[in-house]
Design a protein around this ligand. Structure first.
Ligand code: PGA
Length: 259
């Protein structure tokens, strides 16, 4: 990685852990992490654990809180939904948007995801906008086209002066939760293409500031190779974020890569 982007390691817990479990896991992460810094570390537990997370993390400047989704509207008759303001009140700083599981199981479109990105930025939440191709799209040679559509679709009307608050996560769908990781070269090829699109969209200086994470079966055994690549600025970690030791090992890999 170059251009002084600070590495970011974010744990996407998905629908795992009760709030009692979350308290335990966050405390274990803090203990394991000690006072290491130099890397942005984010945990994204389910909504029900955010309040607990906020309390446990209150004293820590080392680990920040993220949510896994939110609604684009500020308030109103949207049963079952959560707004950006509700997240901000719990000291949430990041929000994962457009994860492939939301696109697939909850039919989220680029338009809807874009509304959420804009609402998040409006509330000073940093969106982690997820993009990535399915296996059949990769096999038919459509990877870059799919990623471009999702990326630019998610970023419509994002103002240039807020663009550096956005984080992109490239997550090839075929690598998520499957144990199959993209090779560092495969990932870097897509990250580099994303970088070019970001520079075109926001200008070189801003495009160079935006962090692009890799996600999809990233774990301690394969992280070093990925994080060494020029445009891979961290990871969005599913399975390996549910264990304090493996999650912190990934933070250590990022610290090593930035040294
Ligand atoms: P995984 O999930 O690390 O378990 O593959 C990554 C993600 O879905 O964000």
């Amino acid at each position: 990685m170059s251009n002084n982007r600070k590495y970011l390691i974010a744990g996407n817990w998905k629908m795992n852990k009760t709030s009692a479990d979350a308290e335990e896991l966050i405390k274990a992460i803090l203990l394991e992490l000690g006072d290491k810094n130099g890397v942005s570390v984010v945990v994204c537990p389910p909504y029900t654990s955010l309040e607990t997370g906020a309390k446990v993390l209150a004293e820590s400047s080392n680990v920040q809180l993220g949510a896994q989704n939110m609604h684009a509207k500020a308030s109103g008759a949207y049963t079952g939904e959560i707004s950006a303001a509700m997240l901000r009140q719990l000291y949430v700083n990041f929000v994962i948007l457009g994860h492939s599981e939301r696109r697939e199981y909850f039919s989220e479109s680029d338009e809807e995801i874009n509304e959420k990105v804009l609402a998040a930025l409006e509330s000073n939440l940093k969106p982690i906008l997820c993009v990535g191709e399915k296996l059949e799209e990769r096999e038919s040679g459509d990877t870059l086209k799919v990623v471009e559509t999702q990326l630019l679709g998610g970023l419509v009307n994002v103002p240039e002066d807020k663009a550096d608050q956005v984080v992109i996560a490239y997550e090839p769908v075929w690598a998520i939760g499957t144990g199959k990781t993209a090779t560092p070269e495969m990932a870097q090829e897509v990250h580099a293409a994303i970088r070019v699109l970001l520079r075109d969209r926001f200008g070189k200086a801003t495009g160079d500031k935006i962090r692009i994470l890799y996600g999809g079966s990233m774990k301690p055994e394969n992280a070093d190779g990925l994080l060494a690549k020029e445009d891979i600025d961290g990871g969005l970690i599913g399975g390996a974020s549910l264990d304090a030791k493996s999650f912190v090992k990934l933070v250590e890999s990022a610290a090593k890569a930035s040294a």
